[in-house]
Design a protein around this ligand. Structure first.
Ligand SMILES: CC(C)(COP(=O)(O)OP(=O)(O)OC[C@H]1O[C@@H](n2cnc3c(N)ncnc32)[C@H](O)[C@@H]1OP(=O)(O)O)[C@@H](O)C(=O)NCCC(=O)NCCS
Length: 169
């Protein structure tokens, strides 16, 4: 198992092609994908999500990592960094509904921010959330991200955030 990070309650590991069932469990819940401009994932296309979207980012030292609750050894969702087509590095997260409201998203995101600046040496990361996705905006703000303005994407208003590294190495 390729472990990337650990926090008090969470362990981050890389996804593999064997994890399609986990992506299906997560992304097949319409509430989980409500604000992310995606249709729920089917059992058939879950392997494609891993192969075509998740695994290529690992080659850049980035990626959406599987987040495991250390005490229960249970997959609860993912968090991590993704290089967008415009070159920005995006902090993203997504958790199964029964693991919302426990502080896991913030605990994980803070660890990824530290990793981004201190391990990957990035200068700046960004975050984006649908205008109605206040839970996601809260997580980005609790990571210290600054609101940069709203933009329209595919007819939806998106809140944009950014955080610049203060890590001096
Ligand atoms: C967005 C999302 C990750 C937010 O998750 P979340 O569980 O609400 O976020 P947090 O980890 O910050 O937890 C929130 C609450 O847990 C509570 N909590 C319970 N135990 C806690 C603990 N030990 N430590 C901290 N907070 C705790 C707090 O009340 C906190 O709320 P507050 O900061 O307003 O006080 C989640 O809603 C999700 O996965 N949504 C679907 C996918 C999605 O939209 N992703 C983002 C796309 S932009």
């Amino acid at each position: 198992m390729n472990i990337i990070l650990q926090t008090d309650r969470l362990l981050f590991r890389q996804f593999t092609l064997e994890d399609a069932h986990l992506i299906f469990e997560l992304n097949s819940d319409p509430e989980v994908v409500k604000y992310v401009h995606e249709a729920p994932t089917t059992r058939e296309n879950a392997p494609t999500v891993i192969r075509d979207i998740i695994l290529p980012q690992y080659e850049l030292g980035l990626g959406r990592w599987a987040v495991i609750n250390s005490s229960g050894n249970e997959f609860i969702g993912w968090c991590g960094l993704k290089k967008l087509t415009n070159g920005d590095i995006d902090l993203g997260f997504r958790y199964k509904r029964d693991h919302w409201g426990k502080g896991y998203a913030t605990e994980a995101a803070l660890a990824v921010v530290k990793y981004a600046f201190e391990v990957q040496g990035l200068d700046r990361i960004i975050g984006r959330a649908h205008i109605d996705n206040t839970a996601s905006q809260n997580v980005l703000e609790k990571c210290g991200m600054q609101f940069m303005g709203d933009t329209e994407e595919d007819g939806q208003l998106v809140r944009n955030y950014a955080l610049v590294s203060t890590f001096k190495g």
